[in-house]
Design a binder for this molecule. Sequence first.
Ligand SMILES: [Zn+2]
Ligand SMILES: [Zn+2]
Length: 141
Amino acid sequence: MSEMIIKGSCLCGEVQYEIHGPLKIFQYCHCSRCRKFTGSAHASNIFVPPEQFKWVQGEISVGRYEKPDAKYFATCFCKTCGSSLPWAVQGGRNVVVPAGTLDEDPELRPLHNSFWESRAPWHTETSDLPKFAELPKKKSK
Ligand SMILES: [Zn+2]
Ligand SMILES: [Zn+2]
């Protein structure tokens, strides 16, 4: 049986990485730091031990920011396209993989919402909103 390997990359494709299963923790994080970093309502993060993570290409293009007042939080991003990328927590015990940068289905699904109390006031369950296969249709006049 072959080991599960899931590939990921940034928007411009310069940086590529892979994570190795088994994957255990997948969570949405609504904390203000994750909202700033992702520019979105919440981060979608898979946690893997460092030995299950590998940069495949473009590691030289990976920027890193460590928030001075944070115990664990840091960010990594592509210096060319600005995409979020996996970041090792300060201290290095885990690598936090932004699931939106995966190119394949990790099969694991989100388990819970963390920092729910910090969620954006405008956060709305996506399931409560109308859905369009692509862009919303223009209203015909
Ligand atoms: Zn890039
Ligand atoms: Zn967070």
